[in-house]
Design a protein around this ligand. Structure first.
Ligand code: PLP
Length: 438
């Protein structure tokens, strides 16, 4: 089928690639959710992307709302990113020595972000968060961290304790191979629960190095927190000499150029970035005040390094993408477009009495198959509701709409999604909801 039109998709080539891949990779994939375990069918092997479209190995075309799990805020194959990357790679791929491109990307970020003064580039979101935790521990001289049930912060040991979608999808609460002693240093509490937060601080008072939260928790459904709750995290950490870390791997440069920090108007102590900052290349970063960042090696004693950190091609992609995000009204247009899209689907579902809520913040959206008005904690999501998503996902694929292969994953709208495509997508979504609730 072509994007937005109904027809059963063929998966012959994808299925063939998948069979082969199973010989090479655990589960046939290099990242677990890609294996389509929580939805119908086998993974689609992607051949190319352009604008808001994806084409798979069988030639099926999709309107893509996964956008590589968030990085592609300008859509696929953006000409300005392609041009800058192509020019850069012609000069060599990696030097392991500083380049002016790192300065350029840092300047673009730091001059337009009031919440951090210094930054360090790494190669993934996982690495960014892992390093931020080390910095918090190094600074405070304390070991314990508080994280929230339903927040995912990458796959480092300390944070794979009741983590997000992949693990929830597979019905596990933590990973094998994480030493109990490490997990003991991580206190997991529910979101949106001030009492649990206060109890944790009362119990572990001077042992807590940091509280870490996703800018807007978006890895276990979209768990939008109230401003007052985020402010309470700021207040309690400050009062107890602990740091507040915003993991903005998804929300950074997504909600706005200054991410969740500006969205809530709260100054965290450390912010982590990933995804959008690399324009589709492997980049992560963490930033903080000059005072805190002075602790990072070689200035200070908190060690952190990387062979490919600040890689020139990755920096080039980041510069090209973030430059586009600085154009006037970029976020206003993107966010308004997404809000209209989500609202229209919500209105349709309401009119038909379907049990689905379309949650939305900025250009992030999520289908919650429930009639609960507020979904703020992981426990507000009924795992049984994922059955609805399975059918929904199959029907969407058959209509040329690509969403992440798990009901816990959020969708992203990019600047490349035009009104015409969003209109087509809406119709396909209406029809798919009709099938789900038939
Ligand atoms: N933190 C958040 C909030 C994320 O959403 C992710 C990945 O989805 C990570 C950290 C880990 O980033 P990466 O997959 O680049 O290691």
């Amino acid at each position: 089928p072509s994007a937005g039109k109904k027809g059963d998709i063929s998966r012959e080539k994808s299925a063939e690639f998948y069979e082969k891949a199973k010989n090479y990779f655990p589960g046939g994939v290099n990242s677990p959710v890609r294996a389509f375990k929580s939805v119908y069918g086998t993974p689609l092997f992607i051949e190319r992307g352009d604008g808001c479209f994806l084409w798979d190995a069988d030639g099926n075309q999709f309107i893509d709302f996964c956008c590589s799990w968030g990085p592609l805020i300008l859509g696929h194959n953006h000409p300005k990113i392609r041009e800058k990357v192509t020019k850069t790679l012609a000069k060599g791929l990696s030097f392991g020595a500083p380049t002016a491109l790192e300065n350029e990307l840092a300047e673009l970020i730091l001059k337009n972000n009031r919440y951090i003064e210094k930054i360090r580039f790494v190669s993934s979101g996982t690495e960014a968060v892992m390093s931020a935790i080390r910095l918090a521990r190094g600074y405070t001289g304390r070991d314990k961290i508080i994280k929230f049930e339903g927040c995912y912060h990458g796959h480092s040991d300390a944070l794979l304790v009741k983590a997000g979608s992949g693990l929830v999808t597979f019905g596990e609460t933590s990973s094998a191979g994480v030493p109990k002693a490490f997990a003991d240093e991580t206190i997991v509490i529910p979101l949106n629960d001030k009492t649990a937060l206060e109890t944790a601080f009362a119990n572990f008072k001077e042992q807590i190095a940091a509280v870490i939260i996703e800018g807007i928790p978006s890895n276990n459904g979209l768990l939008i927190q109230e401003s007052a709750y985020i402010q309470s995290l700021r207040d309690i950490t400050k009062a107890n000499g602990s740091l507040l870390i915003f993991d903005e791997v998804i929300t950074g440069f997504r909600l706005g150029f200054e991410g969740a920090a500006a969205h809530y108007d709260v100054q965290p102590d450390i912010i982590t970035y990933g995804k959008i900052i690399g324009g589709g290349m492997p980049v992560g970063a963490y930033g903080a005040s000059t005072e805190l960042m002075r602790l990072i090696s070689p200035d200070g004693g908190v060690y952190q390094a990387g062979t490919l950190s600040g890689n020139p091609v990755a920096m080039a992609a980041g510069i090209a993408q973030l430059t586009e995000l600085r154009t006037s009204n970029f976020y206003k247009n993107l966010n308004t477009k997404t809000e209209e899209f989500a609202d229209a689907i919500q209105r349709y579902a309401k009119a038909k009495n379907y049990r689905v809520n379309v949650l939305n913040v900025g250009s992030i959206f999520w289908f919650a198959f429930t009639d609960k008005a507020h979904i703020r904690a992981a426990s507000d999501i009924d795992p049984a509701s994922m059955e609805y998503y399975k059918t929904f996902h199959r029907e969407l694929l058959n209509r040329g709409i690509y969403l992440g292969p798990s009901g816990y994953e959020v969708g992203f709208v990019s600047a490349a999604h035009s009104k015409i495509e969003l209109e087509k997508a809406k119709r396909a979504i209406f029809e798919s909801l009709d099938e789900v609730f038939r």
